[in-house]
Design a protein around this ligand. Structure first.
Ligand SMILES: [Zn+2]
Length: 314
C-alpha cells in the first residue's frame, strides 16, 4: 500500500471515529438539540401526552397527534404526522395495539428512535385479555387509575435517558403525579361506592370500560367490541336491549370518540319494549376533552366520567 493511500485510509478512519463520537454524544446528550429550548416529544393520545407533560414539565414540548374526539383504533397517520414522528426527539404511545393503524409506522420508527409504549411496561398479570382466546391484551388500561399510574415510571425512565441532566427533576415530578393519581383513585372508589350494588351496570358504545369495571366493581356492557373497527350487529343490539329492559337499567352512556348511531338504536329498542332508558351523558373513553378545559386533562376526564356515571346510575 502506498503511503498516500495509507494516509487516506487513516484520515477516513479518523473521520469515522469523529462521526461515531458525535452520534454517541448526541444520543446521551444533556442539552436539547441546537435551536431547540425543549425536547420535542411526539405523543399519540391525550392520555399519553398528559403523563409526559406532567413528568417532563418545562423540559418537553408535546406534539400530540390525536386531539379531542379522535378514535385511536381507526386513526391513520397523515404526512404531517409522519414528519412530526420523524423529527421528534422521543415518541410516546399507548401501545397494546390501541393505535392499530399506526402500528407499522411506530414499530419502524422504534428501531432507530427513542420510543416508549407506556402500557407495554405494565405488569402482564394486571392486563385483561381482549377475548376468551386471549389473542391480545385489552388496551384501555387508563380507566383503572391505579394501573395507569404505573406508566409514570417508564415515562420517567425514558425522559432520564433522553435528558440525564434533569433526572432529579423528572423523579420529583413523577412522585408528585403518582401521589395525585393515588388520591384520584381513592376518590373514584368513594364516589362509585355510593351507587347501589344492583344498579352498578355501565352500558356504553364500545367495550372500553372493562378495566374501569374491574377496578371500581361495576359490571360493563357495550354495543361494540374492544376495537371500534367492527360494526355492531343487530343481534348484539337486540341482546343488549333485552338485558337493559330486564334489569331496568336507568341510563346508558355515549362516548365522545364514537358515533351515536348505535346508541340511538339501543335507546329506541328499549322504548319499543316499554322501558324508557335515559342518556346518562357523554363519557370520555379513548380521547380526552378539549385542550384548555378540565376534561382536557387525564384527571379532569376521569372526574367527569365518574361524576356522570355516579349521577346516572344512582
Ligand atoms: Zn377503544
Amino acid at each position: 500500500m502506498s503511503s498516500g493511500r495509507r494516509a487516506c485510509l487513516i484520515a477516513l478512519g479518523l473521520c469515522c471515529l469523529i462521526v461515531i463520537g458525535c452520534e454517541s454524544s448526541s444520543s446521551s446528550a444533556t442539552a436539547t438539540p441546537a435551536g431547540q429550548s425543549k425536547w420535542k416529544v411526539a405523543c399519540t393520545t391525550g392520555m399519553v401526552a398528559d403523563v409526559v407533560r406532567e413528568v417532563g414539565g418545562p423540559h418537553v414540548e408535546i406534539l400530540q397527534l390525536m386531539g379531542e374526539g379522535v378514535d385511536p383504533h381507526l386513526y391513520k397517520a397523515s404526512p404531517g404526522d409522519v414528519r412530526i414522528l420523524e423529527t421528534a426527539d422521543l415518541i410516546c404511545y399507548s401501545g397494546l395495539h390501541l393505535e392499530g393503524k399506526l402500528a407499522d409506522t411506530l414499530s419502524r420508527l422504534s428501531r432507530r428512535k427513542l420510543t416508549c409504549a407506556l402500557a407495554e411496561h405494565l405488569p402482564k398479570d394486571r392486563l385483561l385479555q381482549s377475548d376468551a382466546e386471549g389473542s391480545f391484551p385489552d388496551p384501555h388500561v387508563w380507566f383503572d387509575v391505579s394501573l395507569w399510574s404505573e406508566t409514570i415510571e417508564p415515562v420517567r425512565a425514558t425522559l432520564e435517558k433522553l435528558d440525564p441532566a434533569h433526572a432529579a427533576e423528572f423523579a420529583e415530578r413523577a412522585t408528585k403525579y403518582r401521589e395525585e393519581l393515588s388520591k384520584l383513585h381513592a376518590e373514584c372508589i368513594e364516589k362509585l361506592a355510593a351507587i347501589p350494588k344492583a344498579r352498578r351496570v355501565l352500558v356504553t358504545a364500545h367495550d372500553a370500560f372493562r378495566y374501569f369495571g374491574r377496578a371500581y366493581d361495576i359490571e360493563v356492557k357495550a354495543i361494540q367490541g374492544i376495537s371500534t373497527e367492527g360494526e355492531a350487529g343487530v343481534k348484539q343490539i337486540n341482546e343488549l336491549v333485552t338485558f337493559i329492559s330486564e334489569h331496568e337499567i336507568k341510563s346508558v352512556f355515549t362516548e365522545s370518540s364514537i358515533s351515536e348511531r348505535n346508541m340511538q338504536s339501543l335507546i329506541e329498542g328499549c322504548g319499543q319494549r316499554g322501558h324508557q332508558v335515559a342518556r346518562g351523558g357523554e363519557l370520555f373513553s379513548d380521547a380526552m376533552g378539549k385542550a384548555g378545559t378540565p376534561e382536557g386533562t387525564y384527571i379532569g376526564m376521569v372526574r367527569h366520567n365518574v361524576e356522570k356515571i355516579a349521577a346516572g346510575l344512582k
